[in-house]
Every structure is written in C-alpha cells, then in structure tokens.
Design a protein around this ligand. Structure first.
Ligand code: S5P
Length: 452
C-alpha cells in the first residue's frame, strides 16, 4: 500500500485543497480552501480512502455507518462496502410526507453508529447532526473525519464525550504539500498564522521582471538569455529528449522560433556526430536566436567533471552555452566550467526526490556564491540573483507514471516565480509540434505577465 503522503498527493491532484485568498461563509478570509467532494469522482481513491478511514477505527464497536450529507455520503457508502457494516442515511430535512422519518435504512434503537464527515471545522454542525441521530434512539460514540481543519471542532466534540478520529490535520497536509513543492514557505507561515488565530497578511508580492533581472544577474549567459526572452516574448525552453540527429534537427526547425534555449541530453542521441549533429544545431541556434543548454547534470569531483565536460565523444565545452550540474560534490567541483554558464540543480521534480529543504538551502547557497553559476533548476522559489528554470511543466498531464510530477505554467510563474519553463513531452510528443510550442510559449509569457 502506498504511504499516507503518497495518497495525499494523489488526492491533491484532484484539486481538493487550494491556496490563496478565500472568503469563508463567515466573512473571514482564509489562506486555504478545502472541498473534498472530488474524491468521490475517482473510484480508486475513494476505495483507498475508505480503507484508510476504517484502519483507524475499532470496527467491532459499530453496528451502523452514517455519512453526514452530502460530501461524506459516498465515503460512508464506500466504508460500508469495504467493512460490511450496514449503512443508514440521514436526511438533511425530514420528509414532509409519508413516514416523515429523518433516518433511512434498517436500524434498531440502541445500536451504535459510526458517523463519517469529510471536514471538521468548528464542529457545530456535527453536534447538531449527532443530536438528530441520537433523537432516533441511535447511539453515537465515534466520529471519523478525513480532514481536521484544527479550528476547535475536535475539542468541542471531545468535551462532549465523543471520540474524533481524523485521517489528516490541515497542518500535516500543508507540511506534506510543502515538502512536495506545492506550497511556498510564505504560504505555510500564513496558514500557521491563520490556524493560531493571528492576523493573516495577504500582501501581494509582485514577482520581479526580466528587465529588473537584467540589472541583478551579471553573468553573460544570463544576460543573453534575458535579452532573448524580452525580444522573443518567450520564456520557453524545449527539452529535446529525442534520440536521433534527424528527429532533433526536425524538432528544432519547428520550435526554434519560439524558444529561448534548447535543452539537450546529447548522450541519448544514438547517431551523435560533431559534424552532422552539432554543426547544423549551431546554425539553427543562430538562425532562430536561442541558446544551447546541455542538461548533463554533472555530479562528480572537479577533475572528472572537467574531463566529462571537454573530452569524450560529446566535447560539450565546444558547443554548449550553458550546462546543468549537481552541487553534490561541493563548491570547488564547479570551478571547471569556464566559458559557459552553469545552472545548478537545486531541487528536482520527481516523486521521492532527496532535495529536501535543508539540501535546497545548501545547494542554493553554493549556487549564489559561485561565479560560474547563474541559475538554478528548482521547483521552489530561489534567490532573485539566480535565474530560475523549472521543468515538470505540462498543460495536459499531472505525471508520467514514472515519478515525474507536472505543474502548469501559471503555477510555476505565480507561485514559485520561475523565470523559464522547460517542456519536453508536452511539446515533442504532440501531434503538431510547432503549434504546441506556440501554445506553451503564449501560456508561459501570459503567466509571467499575470504574475508581475
Ligand atoms: O527536476 C528535474 C530536472 C530536470 S533538468 N526534472 C526534470 O524533468 N528535468 C528534465 O526536464 C528531464 O531530464 C527532462 O529532460 C525534462 C522534462 O521532460 P518532460 O518530458 O517531463 O517535460
């Protein structure tokens, strides 16, 4: 079985929790908004959810299950199917005709009923529901909820002698989402302030423009990239993960006019040849005005990296404008990349990446201080002095089944203030490659403008 965190991330993809600025029914402004109803639209998730909830409970204690209408009805039904505990249904209002009963289904007075609720906030509506169920002669001792918003509900019910079992608390959810790169440090602080009853500051911090970045970033490659971005009104980098020279050059002919840089993994080109692969590529780069980014992700000691960079079949130093490198081997390992720019890998887009907060902070501090480094590949906001590159961008998919996790251009420009999006399969696997490139270019540029 997947971990609770993996399960949460799957649920998150259904859009059950949103971060921003929301006005609640009470008029209060909240930094997050929760709606668990979409969980019922994914049968696999609903079934897992039922089992996660059942696993927390002393099941022998219950004769009946009842969901609080409406969001918890499918959850209670799924739990009943998984546990064989009979379901009863509580109406929102008693029928005005016929039997006038409030509870539908077969039950006897004195039976103990497990109540299921999606979210517990203040707990007041649950108290009312419990009363209505108890008025029918049914006993209630336990309530199971998917999410505890930690706004006093659990305490209120416990003070009345009920046991509340919550699968997740909002703090736990936010921490998991932050670890997975879906929530910034500022958003997390705002949520903690909100939960602690402190005033929440919603000031909208505008992201910095490419013009302002031109003043901040001195590295010549950074300057070139920013100027191309402004000229072409593009922040798109295409990841050309194709495996032959022919495919590579055909791809570039189509995407060239729309990109600021072409990202390659030259070691996957099966017929690589400096003359027939690199020379025409260089020509296309000057024809369409874009830079060449070799995504080699160097990760060795300086001496080995120096050899990998300038020797071997690919002789990257002869043609790349900039390269990616891990910082795992430390500051000095990056000294060998002379005459090119380096983009440091600060965090990764894949599930289970080891680039946690502590790693990211250390990686960023090397990146900011090293003169060869002008940027970082990151899924989180990084220092303004670096150009930020974000892969894992796709308008259609949320993942690839192999660990890749996707975000939209909107998310990465607004939430993590990236400077360049890196798109691979979203473009080169598309039926009309040129159209797809244009679509991502426009989406990226508009998302950048919207974030300003
Ligand atoms: O964290 C990362 C870093 C990189 S550079 N996640 C990534 O996906 N990449 C690269 O971006 C990856 O090696 C691939 O070349 C590209 C993403 O491709 P896509 O097809 O998933 O868009």
């Amino acid at each position: 079985m997947e971990t609770k965190k993996e399960f949460l991330l799957e649920c998150y993809q259904l859009g059950i929790i949103k971060f921003g600025r929301f006005t609640l029914k009470s008029g209060i402004e909240s930094p997050f908004y929760v709606d668990l109803r979409p969980l019922a639209s994914d049968p696999k998730i609903l079934k897992s959810l039922a089992n996660y909830l059942l696993d927390m409970l002393p099941l022998d204690n219950f004769d009946l299950i009842c969901g609080v209408p409406y969001a918890a009805l499918p959850m209670a039904t799924a739990m009943s199917l998984e546990s064989y505990i009979p379901l009863i249904i509580k109406r929102k209002e008693a029928k005005a005709y016929g039997t006038k009963q409030l509870i539908e289904g077969i039950f006897k007075k004195g039976q103990n009923c497990l109540l299921v609720e999606d979210v517990i906030t203040s707990g007041k509506s649950l108290v009312e529901t419990i009363e209505e169920v108890e008025n029918e002669g049914i006993l209630v001792s336990d309530i199971v909820v998917v999410l505890d918003r930690q706004q006093g509900g659990k305490e209120l019910l416990e003070s009345k002698g009920y046991k509340v079992h919550a699968l997740f608390t909002i703090s736990e959810v936010c921490q998991m989402l932050q670890d997975a790169g879906h929530l910034t440090d500022e958003e997390l602080t705002r949520i903690h302030d909100f939960l602690n009853g402190n005033p929440v500051k919603f000031e909208v911090v505008k992201r910095i423009s490419y013009e302002e970045k031109l003043d901040l970033c001195e590295h010549t490659v950074a300057q070139k990239l920013l100027k191309i971005a402004l000229e072409k009104k593009s922040n798109l980098i295409v990841s050309a993960d194709v495996t032959t020279t022919k495919e590579l050059l055909e791809l570039v002919e189509q995407v060239g006019p729309h990109i600021v840089a072409l990202k390659t993994h030259m070691d996957i080109i099966s017929d690589f040849d400096p003359d027939s692969t690199i020379l025409p590529l260089k020509d296309l780069a000057s024809k369409y005005n874009f830079l060449l980014m070799e995504d080699r992700k160097f990760a060795d000691i300086g001496n080995t990296q120096e050899l990998q960079f300038s020797m071997g079949v690919f002789k990257i130093s002869n043609w790349a404008d900039f390269v990616t490198a891990q910082v795992i081997a430390g500051y000095d390992s990056l000294n060998c990349f002379r005459n090119v720019g380096v983009v440091a890998i600060i965090s990764m887009s894949s599930t289970g990446t080891l680039t946690d907060l502590q790693y990211r902070e250390q990686a960023a501090s090397i990146a900011v201080s090293h003169p060869n480094v002008f940027g970082g590949v990151s899924q989180n906001k990084i220092s303004k002095e670096l150009l930020q590159f974000t892969p894992g961008v796709n308008l259609a998919d949320s993942g690839d089944g192999k660990g890749q996790q996707y975000n939209t251009p909107e998310h990465v420009f607004k939430k993590i203030e990236t400077d360049f999006i890196i798109v691979g399969r979203g473009i080169y696997k598309s039926e009309d490659i040129e159209k797809a490139a244009l679509r991502y270019k426009i989406a990226g540029w508009n998302a950048y403008l919207d974030a300003l």
